[in-house]
Design a protein around this ligand. Structure first.
Ligand SMILES: *Cc1c(COP(=O)(O)O)cnc(C)c1O
Length: 382
């Protein structure tokens, strides 16, 4: 079965990890620092904090922005559940803003309507988690302007968007947000097995994130609260309640090695999407995500919208030819867990999830396979 996405680990990546396994430090050490610096430089952020998953990065980002009980966090219903769960981890309430039917991302128009209504009842969110679905950046200028107006902090869930550009600006440079989060899960554009990173331009947020990822412990003598004459030679201090969310050094080596080829990896994904668009252009029943010409999408996914009554048959037909598909995503608010919370309906998200199909898109996919997948899809639409 050809998967909808898969990792691509080269011999050079393997050799570097093999070497790193002989280093004196196995868990977080100097290689994590180097990986952080390379990602920060790549996306143009001031600070980067590597953790063991994007889920952990989202959790810490919410904590660093002081999200807590009594607060509200809003995100997109069309995302992985982690984009919403992070708010609940902090004891906050979570709600959603419907998507735009063309971009599949959070709709700035819906956001504005919801903010006006929320202000009237005094229930404005503290944090907004925006998700760049499939790598296509959200309309950040509009969203950031609204966030400024209502004093809301923004976290960008850029799990799909490493290498994406918004109006020529790298996603992760944090011009429009407090913190941006990337994922290095196996199916993402580069991988560390499991892994994630939070980037920011705010040194205070960076320090908070760093303390929270390692139990809330500091070893920096300048920050110690205990008087010097009461410290042992092995002194360290836990000053807040943190977690063990560290990345290992050998994972960081893999991430840094993969980052060196990110550009060609993403270019390959972009070629595949372009070919799908060409091959499927003969059917007016197939719709793609609308991409802004001044943006660059990391093209993490190739999502097509097909008629709802044909979607599952198309998926079945592709599976018979050996091609796996997926749904990105089933709306979060309709998950059984979220059913215990009362939400409004989000019609665009719900319509999207009945028509969406992620067809294979990864660096190991051949042109021939893209054409065969397209032909199979078209067969169902005649
Ligand atoms: C993959 C993903 C996450 C979670 O990433 P992990 O590194 O697996 O924790 C969060 N949000 C989105 C949009 C994702 O695709």
């Amino acid at each position: 079965m050809i998967p909808y996405s898969t990792q691509d680990i080269k011999l050079l990546d393997q050799i570097r990890v093999f070497r790193a396994l002989r280093n004196p430090l196995l868990t977080q050490g100097p290689e994590v620092d180097k990986f952080e610096k390379s990602v920060a430089d790549y996306v143009g952020a001031g600070y980067a904090v590597a953790v063991n998953s994007a889920t952990s990065a989202l959790h810490l980002a919410c904590l660093a922005l002081d999200l807590g009980p009594g607060d509200l966090m809003w995100t997109s219903p069309i995302s992985f559940v982690a984009s919403a769960n992070c708010g609940l981890y902090c004891g906050a309430e979570v709600d959603f803003v419907d998507i735009d039917p063309d971009t599949f991302n959070m709709s700035p128009k819906q956001l504005k309507i919801k903010l006006v209504a929320a202000e009237k009842v005094g229930r404005l969110p503290k944090v907004l988690v925006v998700v760049h679905l499939a790598g296509e950046p959200c309309e950040m200028k509009e969203i950031a302007a609204l966030a400024r107006k209502y004093s809301i902090k923004i976290i960008e869930d850029a799990s799909h968007a490493l290498g994406s550009k918004y109006l020529g600006i790298s996603v992760g440079d944090c011009s429009f947000s407090e913190i941006t989060v990337f994922s290095f899960h196996a199916v993402k554009n580069i991988t560390t097995g499991e892994g994630g990173m939070a980037v920011t331009n705010d040194s205070r947020l960076s320090s908070k994130l760093k303390a929270l990822r390692a139990h809330g412990i500091t070893r920096d003598a300048n920050q110690f609260l205990t008087p010097q004459n009461q410290r042992t030679p092995w002194h360290y201090e836990q000053q807040v309640l943190g977690y063990n969310y560290r990345l290992t050094d050998f994972q960081a080596v893999l991430g840094k090695s993969q980052l060196q080829t990110l550009k060609t990896r993403n270019a390959r994904r972009q070629q595949i999407l372009k070919l799908y668009r060409k091959e499927l252009s003969s059917s007016s029943l197939v719709k793609f995500q609308s991409l802004k010409p001044n943006n660059l999408s990391a093209t993490h996914l190739a999502i097509i919208l097909v008629p709802a009554d044909l979607r599952d048959a198309i998926a079945h037909g592709l599976a018979q030819k050996g091609y796996a598909t997926n749904l990105h995503y089933f709306p979060i608010h309709l998950q059984p867990f979220y059913q215990s919370i009362k939400f409004r309906i989000f019609p665009n998200a719900e319509a999207f999830s009945k028509k969406a199909l992620s067809i294979p898109c990864h660096t190991k996919l051949k042109r021939r396979q893209v054409k065969e997948i397209s032909k199979t899809v078209l067969n169902y639409l005649r």
